[in-house]
Design a binder for this molecule. Structure first.
Ligand code: NAD
Ligand code: MG
Length: 400
């Protein structure tokens, strides 16, 4: 490496759950990483705290008013930190000089533009922001390949699969590597065993109370509906160039086996560990080396058992919607993602009931079915906007 052996980092979504876990791992290795850029939405106090602790060269608030407030807060004690705002600021953070590795941990569609910019700049990308792959996976992976950007999955299931793939991946495809199936595990969320007829009454706080993982609210609701697994199914197909028929989902309530790869001889390789996101984050930060993550050892004897079961399609209709969107092809996955973001937001704000999330997404998918795959970013944004406005119409009608 030209400058030195220190890895320069940019963390997009620094104040969130993944951002915070990343900085926890980074802080354990002060000689190895240098935080050069941080970006977040509008948590000014949180960002100011991170700036004092990690001294980045650039701090970005996507909300322009929040950027002004951050500049004011940092004024006297940290005059050397450049503060920027808006989407231009996010792109600046994704392509900041001296950054070897961009952690893409913004939630939702807002992360697409900066993550794509990092790919076009050939940066190593630690990808948590799965919506990028769902909305624009083909375009994003093509840009990454064309510009030599290495994409390392941080999502625990995809990171597990990556760990179970042979070294010859990605130079060779799954077939030539003798891989039969990728198996995603799913916890089943907080409602795995709840009577389906009581689901309509569920509150946002109940939906966000995940049994094994502590995460942001949007992904927590997605875990409850299993739309998260649907998004991850699409994510797996795009990341690993896998046909949908090659990816299976199995419920595993303990969240210890993070996913598996089945080879054609019948061997299954799995990655196991505590449900602690610092493990996949440390794997991606250090790859191909291994770093201390701060996660505890797994005591298999104390664990005693691991359970597996097939997902119940009546309880989890969102999972089937994701298979449908993949099969429909074209712009359907982007429509699914946008409709889901709107529906989850409406649920979190008390505008629609929990069981209506799947109904809203299904209706938007049906109304917008058959569109072509978007060839560029502008087309993707067009589809995203249209699906959001159709979803809003459906939500308003639902809300009466
Ligand atoms: P979170 O809500 O805790 O944090 C989101 C971060 O994104 C925050 O820093 C926020 O400031 C920033 N952000 C939100 N809107 C933004 C905008 N418009 N512009 C710029 N920044 C914005 O979410 P999270 O749980 O950390 O999840 C982040 C991503 O990682 C999601 O795509 C999620 O699906 C994925 N992921 C999370 C986990 C987990 O355990 N939390 C696991 C796997 C994948
Ligand atoms: Mg996951």
């Amino acid at each position: 490496v030209a400058h030195d052996a220190v890895t320069g980092l940019s963390i997009l979504g620094a104040t969130g759950s993944i951002g915070t876990s990343t900085l926890d791992v980074v802080a354990r290795h002060p000689d190895r990483f240098r935080v050069r850029a941080l970006a977040a939405h509008r948590d000014v106090a949180g960002m100011a705290g991170l700036c004092r602790r990690f001294r980045p060269e650039l701090a970005v608030m996507a909300d322009p008013d929040a950027a002004v407030a951050l500049r004011r807060q940092l004024g006297d004690d940290l005059p050397g930190v450049r503060v920027a705002g808006g989407e231009a600021g996010l792109i600046e953070a994704a392509t900041w000089p001296g950054v070897d590795c961009v952690v893409a941990a913004i939630v939702g569609a807002a992360g697409l533009m900066p993550t794509l910019a990092a790919a076009r700049d050939g940066r190593r990308i630690l990808l948590a922001n799965k919506e990028v792959l769902v909305m624009a996976g083909e375009l994003f992976m093509a840009e990454a390949r064309a510009h030599g950007a290495v994409v390392l999955p941080v999502d625990s299931e995809h990171n597990a699969i990556f760990q179970c793939l042979p070294e010859a991946y990605p130079a060779r495809d799954l077939d030539s590597l003798g891989i039969r199936r990728l198996i995603l595990t799913a916890s089943g969320g907080p409602f795995r065993a709840r009577a389906p007829e009581t689901l309509a009454q569920v509150t946002p706080d109940e939906a966000c109370a995940h049994p094994n993982w502590s995460m942001g609210r949007k992904i927590s609701v997605d875990s409850a509906t299993m739309m998260n697994k649907g998004l991850e199914l699409i994510e797996a197909c795009r990341l690993f160039s896998a046909e949908p028929g090659r990816v299976d989902v199995v419920i595993h309530p303990q969240s210890i086996v993070h996913s598996l790869v089945e080879y054609r001889d019948g061997s299954l390789l799995a990655q196991l560990g505590q449900p602690d996101m610092r493990i996949p984050i440390a794997h991606a930060l250090g790859w191909p080396e291994r770093l201390v993550s701060g996660a505890e050892s797994l005591d298999l004897a104390a664990l005693a058992r691991l359970d597996f079961e097939a997902p119940d399609p009546r309880r989890f209709p969102c999972l089937q919607l994701a298979y449908d969107a993949l099969e429909a092809g074209g712009h359907a996955c982007a429509v699914l993602n946008a409709a889901n973001e709107v529906a989850v937001e409406a649920f979190l704000h008390g505008e629609i009931g929990y069981t209506r999330i799947a109904v809203v997404v299904a209706e938007v998918l049906e109304r917008m079915s058959g569109g072509p795959a978007a060839a560029d970013l502008e087309a993707i944004r067009g589809v995203d906007n249209e699906a959001r406005s159709v979803a809003l119409q459906v939500v308003r009608r639902e809300a009466g």
